[in-house]
Design a binder for this molecule. Structure first.
Ligand code: 5AD
Ligand code: SF4
Length: 463
């Protein structure tokens, strides 16, 4: 019997890359690869890359510089190390990657990674293999399902891709170019994936897609189902306790989604709804196709059906032409909405996007100043949101053991980490917790209800 080959995979960027990396591991497990935590002893290293901002993109090249040394060391020990670049930088730069970093053997885009076994074979014979096409077949139709042990090792919360690509063409964004046109997986396939995950201990599912609420997959009735209807169906799968979805576009919030929040307890009252800017002038230049008032109206629709709903968002500061007044409109919008948290970024021109041609650049110093002011406001809102939990009793889904003996860590509906001292058979259960205090971003508390003990063995997580 040959020894298993070792695979080291490093993912950058969004949740979909984390999900794709797991599917690459599943694909290569079928070829006899096992994961290793270190690149140095790996036979195959995959960098699953992100192209969203320049900083993310450039990280790949510094990592490839380090890997050149590791590959040389391996060769000196008589071992061959193969290096693959996957993800959105692979899609956007293709052959250029091999020109800039000849250490790379395989370049594979996000729609073709199910071909990895063939690409590795091709790299062995031809020296290098590059595939950045959008193949006609659907990768999900061919990807192997994760093994039960892999599902259990990944924990009680899992991502499932339901939608990919984007047709919105915001002027700053590379996604429509790297991930391609918007497409949705059929309802039946999503049900199969979620059922399998639930059967092996998963209790929380986050449906992911670049524009997830544009979901319009074909249902078993032959009609196109919106995201709200999909959520309703998934909530009926035994074992599924919590459902989330990310990332949404304000324009694509339809009544089915609002009704899902109203009617389905498993749909968590926490929505990531990026707005990017609070200035209508900048929103128009970004081609967001909504105004600040439209965005607030969408938030109000959610709030009308669930008073306890909370929001997070993404913001870009320093988009070309953004004046001090535009930026103040962003601060005003943040103040008006009141976020539980948000991500904010300095604008980064991306090659091939319309905004990269815009000339009125905001100075670096101005961008730094705006980012700091925005982050300070968001941090204060986040702290207020977390502090408000103290003294309350909130439902927590327990995920794993904590840093100390006897400590178990879970998450609230709003993804706040919550720590209690308890036996570890509470993992996989939702239990009310009385929150006593806040330590940095984590809530500390104690169980406020008796633990229900299953008749059979509890869900065991981790290797
Ligand atoms: N520059 C800065 N931030 C960007 N984002 C997307 N493209 C860019 C860019 N060119 C941010 C947006 C998006 C998040 C995923 O990344 O806020 O919602
Ligand atoms: Fe990019 Fe999101 Fe705009 Fe689509 S909706 S182009 S993914 S920022």
């Amino acid at each position: 019997m040959t020894a298993p080959r070792k695979l080291h995979i490093k993912s950058y960027g969004c949740q979909m890359n984390v999900y794709d990396a797991q599917r690459m591991v599943d694909t290569l497990a079928a070829e006899g690869f096992v994961e290793t935590a270190s690149a140095d002893d790996a036979d195959l290293v995959i960098l699953n890359t992100c192209h969203i901002r320049e900083k993310a993109s450039e990280k790949v090249y510094s990592e490839l510089g380090r890997l050149r040394q590791a590959k040389d060391d391996a060769a000196r020990d008589g071992r061959a190390m193969t290096i693959a670049v996957a993800g959105c930088v692979a899609q956007a730069e293709g052959e250029e990657i091999v020109r800039r970093a000849p250490v790379v053997d395989v370049v594979v885009g996000p729609q073709s990674y199910h071909h990895l076994p063939q690409l590795l074979a091709r790299a062995r014979t031809d020296g290098v293999a590059i595939e950045t096409e959008f193949p006609a077949e659907d990768k999900f139709g061919v990807l192997p399902q994760p093994k039960p042990e892999a599902i259990r090792a990944r924990g009680i919360s899992a991502f499932v891709t339901v939608q990919e690509g984007c047709d919105k063409f915001c002027t700053f964004c590379v996604v429509p170019y790297t991930r391609g046109a918007e497409s949705s997986r059929p309802v039946g396939k999503v049900i199969d994936d979620v059922t399998r995950l639930a059967d092996h201990g998963v209790r929380e599912i986050t449906l992911i897609g670049q524009n997830v609420n544009a979901y319009h997959g074909e249902g078993p009735d032959g009609r196109s189902w919106p995201l709200g209807r999909l959520l309703e169906r998934l909530a009926s799968i035994p074992g599924i306790m919590r459902l989330r979805y990310s990332t949404s576009h304000p324009r694509d919030v339809d009544d089915s989604l609002i009704e899902a929040h109203r009617d389905i307890p498993a749909v968590m009252p926490f929505v990531h709804l990026p707005v990017q800017s609070g200035s209508d002038r900048i929103l128009a230049a970004m081609n967001r196709r909504h105004t600040a008032a439209d965005y607030c109206a969408v938030v109000d629709r959610f709030r009308a059906v669930r008073q306890d709903i909370a929001f997070s968002s993404d913001f870009i500061v320093g988009f070309p032409g953004e004046t001090g007044e535009d930026f103040c409109a962003t601060l005003a919008l943040v103040t008006q909405i009141g976020y539980a948290g948000a991500y904010s970024f300095k604008y980064s021109p991306r090659p091939g996007t319309p905004a990269a041609e815009m000339r009125e650049m905001v100075s670096a110093a101005e961008m730094d100043e705006r980012l700091a002011r925005l982050q300070e406001l968001i941090d204060s809102q986040q702290s207020a949101f977390n502090t408000a939990a103290i003294g309350k009793t909130v439902d927590v889904l327990f995920e794993r053991g904590g840093r100390y003996d006897g400590q178990i860590v879970g998450r609230t509906a709003y993804l706040q980490p919550a720590h209690v001292m308890a036996p570890n058979d509470i993992i996989g259960q939702v239990i009310p917790v009385k929150i006593d205090s806040l330590e940095r971003y984590s809530l500390l508390g104690e169980l406020a209800a008796p633990v229900s003990r299953p008749a059979q063995s509890p869900v065991t997580i981790g290797a």
